[in-house]
Unconditional design. Sequence first.
Length: 168
Amino acid sequence: MAQQLINTKLLGELAYDTEKGLSIDTTVLLDNQEIAIDFDIFENITLTEDYQNIARLTDQIPELYQKAKTELLQQFVEGNATIDYYFEFHLEELTEDVLVKFAVENVENIAKDSLIKGLVLSQVWFAQNDKNELDLTFDFRIIPEYSDELLVVRFDNTGKITDIVHES
């Protein structure tokens, strides 16, 4: 069992086990609110460079969160089919819950920027992709209490957004 200590300013010292990975519940200050997130580093990451990137990207979570929200809004306004489907599903399937969350009387009164602002970051995780490169993934949910549907934003090891997908 190989242990690696990853030092971050945001989350402190992380004890990563290369065989078991790391999974912690933590809080992060985002949009001036303490947000509870699941933070994970998947197993089998062994390169020193990846540990350095994990530390750097972890410390950038607040900035990357804003970057993700900005990109989601831009693509939503431009008509990204994945984002459109994600919100259409929730507006149709969870209408009452959405109305309560946004304090409106009908879903037509919810602006796109309000929907994006309403997304909750529920999980942040690092893993190797199919090319053995480090990816950082943000899992967003509109109503975490009632839906496990995710709007996923994936970053490469430099913090560049590489993908936006809908997962369930």
